[in-house]
Design a protein. Structure first.
Length: 492
């Protein structure tokens, strides 16, 4: 299992295989439609949803504009509360810090709260290489881990699995990781949940080290916040003697009061709940209450580079609600694995190419993993204009140009395979700036329309392979207008 999905093929290749999997498509169709229908009802309950959405956007944008100041404040407040702050420039540095901290405790096991940041850096694999076993405790993450699988959804990592598949995974794999599945386990949700509870309980009670992420970090108090629905997070955050939290630097909010906005918008957008069943908050350490030692690892890993992009930086507003995945027609058909990242769906199509760059085949293809229908923008609780960023990144892939990578300003070269697209755009630019040539070309196209092929030749075959070529009209619009209105003074 690879947290970073290294070596994945380009999105079109991976998606073509996924679309042919009928079971996968059925699982995704049922799950995403159920979640988005519930979300729509939960959001409709709030008359001020639009105002909350705008407030969340403004809070995030303000924080990103002043991130340098708030990061220093976080270090000061967390340290004053008894925690220790570590800075990680990239995945390797973050993994080294966490592994060293675990080794210093003398332990060889950790229990984990669901965390996108630790998946992003492939922490589990890095710890395993050092002889440290990391146990996922979120039910969906447990299913993925036991099945030697990869997550395919931000909120529900095992969304691509049905109940029968989960039962089979529990029966065959649980005994290798700890307490085996009960005899005669069926695929009823209650029995599956009980099997997971019994399997995990011994790990909660034995573990001395917990690893988490955080949904938010409050700069003014140094408070970290984790929201979840199962209670496993509460167990991981309170029972171990040592807690290590790996958090992306974009998760900061300035004030405690700012949580008021996000604790309303996040649960409705993700689980369609009015509030999360478990909202855990901790500020440093407290004698005889929770972990005795707390470490906060602040992770960059491409976020500063993303922040330097005036258009792309809005992706850092993301609060990981997954609403954009549940409305995306591309995600519903292709599934999360095709995106080659722990961040699938529309948000992954704009976040992963910025964090990892567009130099790889999968990185260059992700901005095209969208129909640009705009549904993702409509449901985003912090108003990320995902279609705008997708178009911006497509331009970067095709044209290259200035960017920031590893903190340095560079000029990116155009990605391979887009020469025909660049030539077509240059030809279109020339035609639109030469009206006479455009008029002649339109008339020629109309007069020869019976000879036009049904599909495009050469590189154009990739476009027409899944689309119908629009029929050319019998006469150009200009000629029609001149014939019907030109003599009446209607043309202006």
């Amino acid at each position: 299992m690879s947290g970073t999905f290294v070596g994945m093929p380009a999105f079109p290749v991976a998606a073509r295989e996924a679309v042919g999997d009928r079971t996968l498509r059925s699982n995704l169709r049922h799950a995403t439609r159920t979640i988005r229908d519930k979300r729509a009802r939960a959001v409709a309950e709030l008359d001020d949803w639009a105002a909350l959405r705008e407030a969340g956007k403004q809070i995030k944008d303000h924080t990103l504009r002043h991130l340098d100041r708030y990061l220093v404040q976080v270090e000061e407040t967390v340290t004053a509360a008894g925690g220790t702050v570590h800075w990680a420039a990239d995945a390797d540095e973050a993994n080294e810090i966490v592994a060293r901290l675990v080794e210093e405790t003398g332990e060889s096991e950790v229990v984990k709260v669901k965390s996108m940041a630790t998946q992003e850096i492939a922490l589990n694999e890095a710890l395993e290489a050092r002889g440290i076993h990391a146990y996922e405790t979120d039910l969906a993450e447990l299913i993925v881990q036991l099945g030697k699988d990869r997550p395919s959804h931000i909120l529900v990592p095992a969304i691509h699995r049905n109940r029968g598949e989960i039962r089979d995974i529990f029966r065959s794999e649980m005994s290798e990781w700890g307490r085996p599945a009960p005899e005669g386990l069926t695929d009823t949700p209650a029995e599956l949940a009980e099997a997971a509870r019994l399997h995990l309980r011994e790990k909660f009670l034995r573990a001395k080290v917990g690893v988490s992420g955080a949904n938010f970090v409050v700069a003014e108090t140094g408070t970290l916040v984790v929201v979840e629905s199962e209670g496993n997070g509460r167990m991981c955050l309170t029972l171990p003697e040592t807690l290590i939290s790996v958090v992306g630097i974009e998760k900061i909010v300035p004030r405690w009061q700012d949580l008021e906005v996000f604790l309303q918008t996040l649960p409705r957008s993700s689980t369609a709940e009015r509030m999360n069943p478990y909202t855990s908050m901790w500020t440093g350490t407290t004698d005889e209450d929770g972990p005795r030692t707390f470490h906060l690892v602040l992770l960059d890993n491409g976020r500063t580079d993303t922040l330097a992009d005036e258009v792309g930086r809005q992706a850092l507003r993301c609060i990981r609600c997954s609403a954009c995945l549940n409305v995306c027609p591309v995600y519903e058909r292709a599934g999360g694995h095709a995106y080659g990242s722990v961040y699938p769906g529309p948000i992954g199509a704009i976040l992963s190419p910025q964090l990892r760059g567009t130099g790889s085949e999968i990185g260059a293809s992700l901005p095209y993993a969208s129909s640009l229908c705009g549904a993702c923008y409509e449901v985003c609780p912090v108003a990320i204009d995902i279609p705008e960023v997708l178009v911006h990144l497509r331009e970067r892939v095709v044209q290259g140009g200035p960017a920031v990578r590893d903190g340095n300003r560079v000029v990116l070269k155009p990605a391979r395979g887009h020469a025909a697209e660049r030539a077509a755009m240059r030809a279109a630019q020339w035609a639109f700036t030469h009206p006479g040539a455009l008029r002649t070309g339109q008339r020629l196209a109309s007069r020869t329309r019976r000879l036009h092929p049904r599909t495009l030749p050469g590189p154009g075959r990739a476009w027409s392979g899944s689309r119908d070529l629009p029929a050319v009209p019998a006469e150009p619009f200009r000629d029609w207008w001149q014939r019907t209105h030109g003599g009446k003074g209607g043309a202006k």
